[in-house]
Design a protein around this ligand. Structure first.
Ligand code: NAP
Length: 281
């Protein structure tokens, strides 16, 4: 299950949408100098530029106060020229991540992390949905993996990947099991999966003997090791699975493509081309 060709197509569609909609702008906020965050943000800005979404990068020093971050967000919320806002996580320990996420205007929340958007997803009314889970679902659709009635197992329960993927699979009528670090016998669960989505952040936590024959396996993991970047699934699982996403080149490119697509969606909400549920005007 290759991510790059589909991601390319989605980016081309986004470029067409941007031409049609006119000026679209994304603001990103980074606090401190986390190396992985800096790399991800560089990729996001480069991808935005390629589809002619203009982007502004707000880099704040590690020592910035929570109030200062909230002030910046309040300015970006009020700025009519900004369609999407993304706060790169993680934030330093002295800043309350939940408070910062809740301070982003839900209509501009292209990461889909705001409690309103998370709640919408929980209620089965996806509004702004996090990019990585959307990318996973787009890949499964592209490869025509049957989801209705399928047994889907999600390994990981983060708010960013595991939980939203599980909700999207549930909405696609899969029977969903969510596993985490307290799951008693992982293999017992994973061996049952027609669709297995792995987002644990543990190199090769899923080995070939944990995969059902003919399963579709989506490896979300990105782990930096001495051997380079590896996923959460042993590549040997490809011998058992019908489909396995590569790392790199699987979910990673899809995440960036879906972030761009979410930014266009935010622009549509803001231009009233799509109804935003909170919009009373
Ligand atoms: P996270 O917040 O650290 O969550 C990891 C989840 O995995 C948690 O729910 C944790 O369980 C579970 N887990 C950890 N170790 C486990 C174990 N030994 N057995 C069973 N479950 C275990 O990570 P995340 O943000 O969801 O990211 C997961 C991975 O995806 C990371 O490698 C990250 O780099 C990658 N990622 C990739 C993309 C992309 O674009 N490809 C995007 C986002 C993230 P508990 O809840 O019990 O702690």
């Amino acid at each position: 299950m290759e991510g790059r060709p589909l991601a390319e197509r989605i980016r081309a569609e986004v470029a067409d949408d941007v031409r049609e909609l006119g000026e679209i702008a994304l603001a990103t906020v980074q606090v401190g100098e986390d190396e992985a965050s800096t790399i991800y943000l560089r990729l996001k800005h480069k991808a935005a530029a390629e589809v002619e979404i203009s982007s502004v990068d707000h880099k704040l020093p590690h020592a910035v106060t929570e109030e200062e971050v909230l002030e910046l967000l309040s300015g970006l919320n009020a700025d009519e020229g900004i369609d999407g806002i993304l706060v790169q996580l993680p934030l330093p320990d002295h800043i309350d991540e939940a408070r910062v996420i809740a301070a982003v205007d839900p209509v501009k929340d292209v990461d889909g992390f705001h409690p309103f958007n998370a709640g919408q997803l929980y209620l089965g009314r996806p509004t702004h949905v996090p990019a990585t889970p959307l990318g996973v679902m787009a890949l499964l659709a592209e490869y025509r993996i049957p989801l209705d009635g399928a047994r889907a197992v999600v390994l990981g329960r983060s708010n960013i990947v595991g939980k939203p993927v599980a909700h999207l699979l549930l909405q696609a009528h899969s029977t969903v099991t969510i596993c985490h670090s307290h799951t008693d016998d992982l293999a017992r669960e994973t061996l049952d999966a027609d669709v297995l989505v792995v987002a644990a952040g543990v190199p090769e936590i899923v080995t070939a003997d944990m995969v059902k024959s003919g399963a579709a396996v989506v490896d979300v993991g990105i782990n930096r090791t001495e051997a380079g970047i590896v996923g959460d699934v042993d590549p040997g699982a490809a011998a058992v699975a019908a489909y396995l996403t590569p790392v790199p080149g699987g979910v990673g490119p899809m995440t960036i493509a879906m972030l761009l697509s979410n930014t266009v969606r935010a622009a549509r909400f803001r231009r009233r081309l799509l109804a935003f549920p909170l919009d009373q005007r």
